[in-house]
Design a protein around this ligand. Structure first.
Ligand code: FES
Length: 149
């Protein structure tokens, strides 16, 4: 990474925080997997949510992309830990870009981090609603039993 980059980007790029994966099949884990069409870079961001408080208790990322994308995702993981899902969903890429002093040409890299957290939250919520939805098989069994009674 060129020395013209802000030291915070270099710091996150050289020592990224929270790199790794969480088990995708866990019911309290949401996974966001997003790509930037402009450059083909890909970011995976995962959150583990406390079901009682709706707060993010763990977060991991893996980014196959440029230094700014790696720094943006690393920053995002530090930012959202301990936040509620509502708070985390409101983080804008402009905040990340400002914090890391990204140049305008690298704005889409921070957009990837915003997309990734939103996508992880959406995945978690759809998992929870699938779990709390009534079991479709049971319903159809019940109605066929009623029909023959
Ligand atoms: Fe593609 Fe940065 S150049 S995410």
């Amino acid at each position: 990474l060129s020395r013209s980059y802000h030291e915070k980007v270099i710091d996150h790029y050289e020592r990224p925080r929270n790199v790794g994966s969480l088990p995708r099949t866990d019911s309290d884990v949401g996974t966001g997997l997003v790509g930037a069409p402009a450059c083909g870079d890909v970011m995976k961001l995962q959150i583990r949510v406390d079901e009682r408080t709706n707060k993010i208790v763990d977060v991991k990322f893996k980014t196959f992309g440029c230094g700014s994308a790696i720094a943006s995702s690393s920053y995002m993981t530090e930012r959202v830990r301990g936040m509620s899902l509502d708070e985390a969903s409101k983080i804008k890429n402009t905040e990340i870009a400002k914090e890391l002093s990204l140049p305008p040409v690298k704005l889409h890299c921070s957009m990837l981090a915003e997309d990734a957290i939103k996508s992880a939250i959406k995945d978690y919520k759809s998992k929870r609603s699938a779990l709390s939805a009534p079991n479709v098989n049971n319903i159809s069994q019940q109605s066929s039993t009623q029909a023959t009674a």
